[in-house]
Design a binder for this molecule. Structure first.
Ligand code: AMP
Ligand code: GLY
Length: 423
């Protein structure tokens, strides 16, 4: 098969690493790709939002399958354009993708189809939003409505912080994502990420993991796109997995089909495991980043048949995926200043050495300068991932590798997977 993989982050590097291991693949092309991805794929410099050129590229390489990594490509309507060109695509249409692109849309969707979620209100101006804070209790949950790469959420301990967050959002701190604000009830519990595949009709669970959203150790600091992940996570008891499947994932697929936009691709259910069962925090219409990285390390099955089956409506014929009986962990190395103002351009040394078969360093935001040195180009820069028979050993492996990477301008959390060890 010829496959076009769209995207350039750590998630896409992990997908490229896994897809390239498939004996079914004749040619793997990544656009726009990264230095890291060039080890597994031919890299072509077409942006993930440049729909016409991506369709052209898919035609040029006679792609049997296009795999959409990031939500921006979903929002840009890549799946729609590929459907028109009759090229199989893993990834939902823009209409189905609204589950991620608007939090207000998702909350209304959850209400309409009876999915458990936090109580909420939506506002399109700052004054009424601030006035409504009275109806909520601290900590206040203030969200920019649109896509903000996981950063548009403020958990405010008091009224003044909540009011400032509302003003910030309407002042454009998150760009057009902040044209509306969602206020939400604070959910008490443990967070989890569960993934389900759907081919428009049939669906299947496809792994779960736990992410760490806050920038600093001890879950302090601002929300980020994710600072680390691990799998399996003990929060996912068999009962919780079953509840998420029946109360959130399957009703979501049914609801979206009923609304006229059948879902093809992976649905990322971000949930809070509360005393009353799982409640939806949000949906994402692509794999989680960095959750995808740990799932790819643990996935024993060839991923390509699953991606193709989603694209072609053949998921019902597929067996459940096989996971290695091992734990995997991912620690994100970010540029200082992330998430607000990451400092880019600094040189990273030692990230490309061979760390052995069970440690992989995925590139999230790194490029090679003219001098050949690897440099930081984004906020999240590297994903140091490790697997081992136990989570403890995987954690040791990952942090031992990090100790051998020389990057004074970066930082990382030292407590990834802490919830698993504090039980
Ligand atoms: P989101 O971008 O919606 O995934 O939110 C980012 C993070 O904020 C989540 O991973 C949660 O840790 C936290 N969060 C979001 N909504 C709530 C809520 N209603 N109650 C408690 N925590 C929340
Ligand atoms: N790690 C959470 C996300 O991908 O949004």
């Amino acid at each position: 098969m010829n496959i076009l993989l769209v995207g350039s982050g750590g998630r896409e590097h992990a997908l490229a690493w896994k897809i390239a291991q498939s004996p079914l693949v004749a040619r793997l092309v990544a656009a726009p790709g990264s230095v890291g991805m060039s080890a597994h794929a031919e890299v072509r410099s077409v942006l993930a939002t440049d729909v016409p050129r991506l369709v052209e590229l898919a035609r040029e390489i006679a792609a049997d399958l296009v795999v959409i990594g990031p939500e921006v490509a979903v929002e840009a309507g890549l799946a729609d354009a590929l459907a028109a060109a009759e090229i199989p695509c893993f990834g939902p249409t823009a209409a189905a993708g609204r589950l991620e692109t608007s939090k207000a849309f998702t909350k209304a969707f959850a209400d309409r189809h009876g999915l458990p979620t936090a109580a909420y209100r939506v506002f399109d101006a700052a004054e009424p939003a601030k006035a409504a804070l009275d109806a909520f209790r601290p900590p206040y949950v203030v969200k920019a409505d649109g896509l903000a790469a996981g950063k548009g959420v403020v958990i405010a301990p008091d009224l003044a912080t909540a009011e400032a967050a509302i003003e910030d959002i309407f002042a454009g701190r998150f760009g057009s994502a902040g044209a509306r604000v969602v206020l939400e009830e604070f959910l008490e519990g443990e967070i989890g990420s569960l993934f389900a595949l759907c081919d428009g009709t049939s669906s299947m669970l496809f792994g779960w993991a736990q992410d760490h959203k806050r920038a600093f150790d001890g879950d302090q600091g601002p929300n980020t796109g994710g600072m680390g992940a691990y799998s399996p996570a003990p929060v996912f008891t068999p009962e919780l997995v079953e509840q998420v499947r029946t109360r959130l994932a399957e009703p979501a697929f049914a609801g979206i089909a009923k609304d006229g936009a059948p879902y093809r691709g992976v649905l990322f259910v971000e949930l809070m495991a509360t005393a009353d069962g799982p409640k939806l925090v949000e949906f994402n219409v692509r794999f989680g980043d960095p959750e995808c990285q740990v799932l790819m390390l643990r996935l024993e099955s060839d991923i390509v048949p699953y991606l193709a089956a989603c694209a072609k409506g053949e998921l019902a014929a597929m067996p459940a995926p096989i996971w290695r009986d091992e734990a995997a962990i991912c620690v994100v190395l970010a540029a200082q200043g992330y998430p607000d103002k990451p400092e880019t351009g600094s040189v990273i040394r030692g990230a490309e050495q061979d760390f052995g078969p069970d440690v992989v360093v995925f590139h999230a935001g790194a490029a090679r300068g003219e001098d050949g040195a690897l440099r930081a180009t984004g906020g999240r820069v590297l994903n140091v991932c490790a697997r081992a028979p136990t989570l403890e050993a995987a954690r040791e492996r990952a942090y031992a590798a990090i100790a051998n990477i020389d990057w004074p301008e970066g930082f990382h959390r030292t407590d990834i997977a802490w919830r698993a060890f504090s039980r």
